[in-house]
Design a protein around this ligand. Structure first.
Ligand code: AMP
Length: 114
């Protein structure tokens, strides 16, 4: 989508610290990290939110989670623990309307989340 910030990062129109990339997904460091490791994983295809995912996206969602697992290992947080977060809708804190999986690690996390 033309003005979507994450689509623009995927097209290399906006700089980002890219962590990994496949044909279908891109992972880059969050601009405003909330933990020592804070990586966003996004599909290259524009999908506004989890509410807009279709059954055809099942493989893509699986790829996001498995890529997050690989990045967690590479970042050294697999054993200490990490959090994967999908904020869905403004009420849940979603501010960028392009599906993104947060990978947060490197510190302890409270529950319930704020
Ligand atoms: P959410 O609030 O779940 O929609 O998360 C959006 C995240 O995108 C926030 O953590 C922002 O810090 C992050 N963000 C926004 N713009 C950029 C950008 N240009 N590069 C990297 N991260 C970004």
């Amino acid at each position: 989508m033309k003005d979507c910030v994450f689509c623009r990062i995927a097209r290399r129109e906006i700089p980002a610290k890219i962590v990994s990339e496949t044909d279908r997904i891109l992972a880059f460091r969050d601009l405003n990290p909330q933990a020592p490791t804070h990586v966003l994983l996004v599909p290259k295809e524009h999908v506004a939110s989890v509410n807009d995912l279709a059954p055809a996206h099942a493989g893509l969602v699986g790829e996001l989670v498995l890529a997050a697992r690989e990045i967690a290992a590479a970042e050294g947080v697999s054993e200490s623990g990490y959090r994967l977060v999908l904020n869905v809708g403004a009420g849940a804190g979603q501010s960028v309307f392009h599906v993104h999986l947060h990978l947060l690690g490197g510190r302890n996390f409270g529950w319930p989340p704020g």
